[in-house]
Design a protein around this ligand. Structure first.
Ligand SMILES: [Ca+2]
Ligand SMILES: [Ca+2]
Length: 416
């Protein structure tokens, strides 16, 4: 655990920047400035997952910062009250957990192990090769994987990792001035450093479902020419803080990601996260969330972000090779948009390995990859157009989702 040190620098930076905002924006944003800053009490049902002494701040200029090391009283007196005119929302941070199920690999093997058609049942069922054969391979599209990190040296992944060309690696200097030093291949928000190495295997598996070099192994990423932006916000045991996830969302937008994959959830409440995802619509960014693995109806037992209903969000349940809902998958005719393959899914695993995993964590990246394929066919398409295409092209079946269907990439590409 190394998330305790308050960064006075970030406070000073925030204060300086807000002074600038006040000077230059007075008069332009009167309606915005009139909005009353909100600092809700942490609800009793959210107390158990609250992160002590940590507050997420949404500034009126659109920035988000995480202020650590203050008690609630100190934060209110020293940060919130004096800056109230420039704050839209401040909220105590929350912890989320990866589902243990989607961290327990089966059939770990090396890349040379021969693959069978059963290993790619998901890709086959959704008709992914239809897109590949026609030259729609996710080229030019960055997909952010906000997760446990990614093994960026995995043979099938290493050429598929986004490179921040404005940054010189390893010189200890923030060359592109974005606030992150040496952030060439993503960022580790958990430890605040540039090495995104995967501590649990989960993020590497998710990344390989989205994009791999097909010529170098058995794993067939859905959008083989898309680039992965690895953003780590989790400990080795699969625990992360929403404030870090929100900083990662902000970073992904900054780097030009068109799709964000969120194979995690469970927070009982977070206005901050909802606000951050809501803002993605104007940036044209699609947010793909796993429905969760509790086997429950999200209408009755909401987990977030899955149960938010935000304009650029897609919530994905998991289906099996026999084309049924997986028993573990959460569902809802109001909150889950569609299902996608998420049981016994083979993908990349750290240290050059492959592994099978099951979970809605695996279904979400099928949809993220599909979105990247569509965007490589029509780069100027809006998030709303991509969502509409994915929803109207499903194979309808007995799936408890808004579309009642399972992802069909072939039909989505054909009609896009
Ligand atoms: Ca930088
Ligand atoms: Ca540098």
């Amino acid at each position: 655990m190394s998330k305790t040190t308050p960064t006075r620098f970030s406070r000073i930076a925030a204060l300086t920047s807000l002074l600038t905002t006040v000077i230059f924006l007075t008069g332009c944003f009167q309606q915005n400035s009139a909005q009353v800053a909100s600092f809700p009490e942490t609800k009793p049902e959210c107390a158990a997952t609250a992160v002590p002494n940590t507050f997420v701040v949404h500034w009126k200029d659109g920035r988000v910062s995480v202020e650590r090391g203050w008690t609630r009283e100190e934060f209110e007196k020293e940060v919130f009250e004096p800056n109230k005119d420039d704050i839209a929302l401040a909220e105590q941070d929350q912890t989320i957990y990866l589902s243990p199920q989607s961290m327990a690999p089966e059939a770990v093997s090396d890349l040379n192990a021969s693959a069978t058609s059963e290993d790619t049942w998901g890709q086959n069922l959704v008709g992914a090769s239809y897109a590949w054969d026609r030259g729609y391979r996710g080229q030019g599209v960055i997909v952010a994987v906000i997760d446990s990190g990614v093994d960026i040296h995995h043979p099938q992944l290493q050429s598929r990792i986004h490179v921040n060309t404005g940054e010189i690696p390893g010189n200890g200097i923030d060359d592109d001035g974005n606030g992150y030093i040496d952030d060439v291949s993503g960022w580790d928000f958990y430890d605040d450093q540039p090495n995104v190495g995967d501590s649990s295997g989960h993020g590497t598996h998710v990344a390989g479902i989205i994009s791999t070099d097909h010529s170098l192994g058995a794993i067939k990423g859905l959008a083989p020419d898309a680039k992965i932006l690895p953003l780590d916000f989790m400990s080795a045991s699969g625990q992360g803080q929403l404030g870090d996830a929100i900083l990662a969302i902000q970073y992904a937008v900054q780097q030009g990601a068109r799709v964000i994959n969120a194979s995690w959830g469970g927070a009982p409440c977070s206005q901050s996260l909802s606000r951050a995802i809501n803002d993605l619509e104007k940036q044209g960014v699609i947010f793909v969330a796993a429905a969760g693995n509790s086997g429950v109806n999200l209408d009755q037992t909401p987990e977030y972000p899955a149960a938010f209903t935000l304009p650029s969000q897609i919530t994905v349940g998991a289906s099996t090779a026999r084309d049924f809902s997986a028993a573990f998958s959460n569902y809802s005719f109001k909150l889950v948009h569609l299902f996608a393959p998420g049981a016994q899914i083979y993908s990349t695993y750290p240290n050059g390995m492959t592994a099978a995993l099951s979970g809605t964590s695996m279904a979400a990246p099928f949809v993220s990859g599909a979105a990247a394929l569509l965007l490589s066919k029509r780069p100027s398409a809006t998030a709303a157009e991509v969502r509409a295409s994915l929803f109207s092209s499903v194979d309808r079946g007995g799936f408890a989702a808004i579309t009642q269907g399972r992802l069909n990439v072939q039909r989505a590409i054909e009609s896009f």
